[in-house]
Design a protein around this ligand. Structure first.
Ligand SMILES: [Zn+2]
Length: 294
């Protein structure tokens, strides 16, 4: 009898902290990674988009709706990167916590300065960056701002652990600053690249290199044969250091350009988990920057 009671009490005690955890649902891997750094043991993070998916081309799946239904907070990239699935996901979840305007609806882009912000929104011709460049997760300063926003949002939802979120943020901030020093010492400055997609603008701005041309004529628009021929001319004239692409898209076109021009292709991860060893946001950045200087 006594043994059973002890077991029951032990079960109850071990179940309590898990029960109290804040359920974070993140769309992208990097968001889940940063949320994990700020929430640590107080949160349970579920991530919707797999690291081998093109973030522009994701569709809503029933498993995503189930995850969103249980969320205390939904964290997403914003700038319409998730336009293909997020509005339907939020609506179908019928979860009052994550509806627009609620503390559980967390748009990471609200905390960053956006590059290539258009004067007027134009979705014509299929441009997938209608609100500006959404790929700010390569910018350490911006990630720090997002992390600050996350600490505030988690403290609003879970005030009893506000001190823990603040402490985790301080640790994260120190780590980012130390890494920024290390990354700035890499010889990225002055390099010139061609890129498949307009993915690396923030990385280029922060680390002093330039993207001189794109394989896509517009973000999300595949190149025509004529466009590729003109690009070959540009590459032969300008001799960039490499053609940047991600592990999951642009391979065929980039390989063709390499065969025709001799300029090497360089695979750069587009998110946490996209290449071996990119297990969190820090190692993702390590991998991205080391690929550029190899
Ligand atoms: Zn894009």
């Amino acid at each position: 009898m006594r043994k059973t009671a002890v077991v029951l009490i032990a079960l109850f005690l071990s179940a309590t902290p898990a029960f109290a955890k804040v359920k974070v649902v993140a769309t992208l891997q990097w968001i889940g990674s940063v949320a994990g750094e700020i929430g640590k043991g107080q949160v349970e993070v579920a991530t919707l988009v797999k690291p081998n998916q093109d973030p522009h081309m994701v569709e809503a799946r029933p498993s995503m709706i189930l995850a969103a239904r249980k969320a205390d907070i939904l964290m997403y990239n914003g700038l319409d990167l998730e336009i293909g699935y997020l509005p339907v996901l939020i609506e179908s979840s019928r979860n009052p916590n994550i509806q627009p305007g609620k503390p559980g609806n967390f748009d990471c882009s609200h905390f960053v300065t956006v590059m290539e912000k258009p004067v007027s929104v134009d979705r014509s011709m299929g441009d997938v960056h209608p609100l500006g460049n959404p790929h700010y997760h390569y910018s350490p300063g911006r990630i720090l701002s997002v992390a600050e926003g996350m600490a505030d949002a988690l403290s609003t939802i879970d005030p009893s652990h506000a001190d823990a979120y603040k402490a985790n943020l301080s640790i994260f901030r120190e780590k980012v600053r130390a890494k920024q020093k290390e990354w700035s010492a890499l010889p990225t400055k002055g390099r010139r690249f061609i890129a498949y997609h307009k993915l690396f603008e923030y990385l280029a701005a922060d680390f002093g290199f330039t993207i001189t041309a794109y394989v896509e004529p517009k973000p999300g628009i595949p190149p025509s044969a004529g466009y590729i021929e003109r690009l070959i001319g540009t590459i032969r004239e300008t001799r960039p250091d490499g053609i940047l692409l991600t592990p999951y898209y642009g391979r065929r076109e980039a390989d063709f350009l390499t065969r025709r021009t001799g300029v090497p292709t360089i695979v750069v991860p587009h998110d946490v988990g996209a290449v071996p060893g990119a297990n969190d946001w820090f190692s993702f950045m390590d991998q991205a920057l080391s690929a550029l200087v190899k």
